[in-house]
Design a protein. Structure first.
Length: 96
């Protein structure tokens, strides 16, 4: 599969915890799920509604912590990151 951002070829891997197939672009470091694991919008909305988009919400913090714990081992020398669709706070940046 090719990267959605830079179109270069990506390597697949399986997350041992979730058993979901992901793709990792070594060129731009983009990581994404295989399309067969995409959730429909109603499932996404249910998950999204578990938190409020503000830095003091513990569920919001936990949401980002799961992301950080998953991604950082894959790209250990992160210098910059694109936080797309992150809400109105800079929580993820401050956690990183």
């Amino acid at each position: 599969m090719n990267c959605h951002i830079c179109t270069k070829e990506c390597k697949s891997f399986i997350d041992e915890k979730s058993k979901i197939i992901y793709f990792h672009c070594k060129s731009c470091q983009y990581i994404f799920k295989a399309p067969k694991y995409y959730q429909d919008f109603s499932e996404q909305k249910l998950r999204y509604n578990l938190h409020q988009n503000h830095a003091k919400d513990l569920h919001y913090q936990a949401y980002f912590q799961r992301f950080i714990d998953f991604v950082l081992p894959l790209v250990p020398q992160v210098k910059t990151a694109l936080d797309f669709g992150c809400g109105s706070s800079s929580l993820l940046a401050s956690m990183l």
